[in-house]
Design a protein around this ligand. Sequence first.
Ligand SMILES: C[S@@+](CC[C@H](N)C(=O)[O-])C[C@H]1O[C@@H](n2cnc3c(N)ncnc32)[C@H](O)[C@@H]1O
Length: 310
Amino acid sequence: MTIDDLAHRIAADVAGEGGLAGLHRLSEVIAVLEDRRTAVIDELRRGRHATWEEIGRACGMTRQGATRRWSGKLRARSFGAAAGAYQQGRPGYPLALIGSAVPREARRVLDLGAGTGKLTRLLVDAGLDVVAVEPDDAMRDQLAAAVPRAAVRGGSAERIPLPDGSVDAVVVAQAWHWFDQGTAVPEIARVLAPGGTLSLIWNVRDESEPWAAELGALMHRSAKQTIDTKPVVPAPFGAPERLEIRWEHVTTRSGILDMVASRSYVITLPEAERTRLLADVEHLLDTHPDLAGHEEIAMPYVTRCTRVRL
Ligand SMILES: C[S@@+](CC[C@H](N)C(=O)[O-])C[C@H]1O[C@@H](n2cnc3c(N)ncnc32)[C@H](O)[C@@H]1O
């Protein structure tokens, strides 16, 4: 049987009688196949076993088409390679955030794209009943060790492993920009109880200090990530309430290096470029008059939260 015959047979089996039920089954299978294709491309790129040109050809696409389609997806999947650095170097969140991100009446909260549990811990400490969903195995391992009282599940924003209407609030910290939002919005609405809320949160480095601006310029030398931290969330969600909290994350020299090393655009740099960038950050830490010799470094942040209600 040729691959073409096989594909037609599988498609006919899955579609069955067609109609909405057939369409639903086809969509489920296409999503799983697409996930698998991304995983194969990820393996090929991580080991530098294939160029984008070759990957494009295997997918029946141009090099540019393949890069455009998958490079963001591979960055979204990159965090596990630096899970330890993420846990050591990334800031947590200010305590005051919880009262705004989670409404007072909420009890059951989903932390979606929970990573190593930086926000999960605060939610659990606030006495909430928390389930943390995270697709990456290495990030999930860190999370389970750091926040043993949270229920930790594998899954993604596009396929949330929870029943309909099972949570009062969903929080998404530093992860909304990685989701396929067209699929994630109805999926989040599905798991929320009526009147439930969705909060989208980002920690943004405040670069008004000259050393923080220099650090930012170094980090963005090879690749700049532009994120909309005041996003518009479509229906069925309502008008946004927005909040900003200014605070300082007290860290160390190695904490700053880990924070840089755990950025997706640094993880996915070619080895030599990543080594050079980290060496340049070390040089800044060792020579800048506001940093050199300091055991503790206060990194200024603004935490932004957008909350919408179903
Ligand atoms: C920058 S980290 C944020 C982790 C954590 N929420 C925090 O605040 O530290 C982004 C996380 O989103 C996860 N992620 C990426 N794509 C995702 C998706 N489609 N659905 C759910 N999580 C996703 C990554 O694996 C990673 O752990």
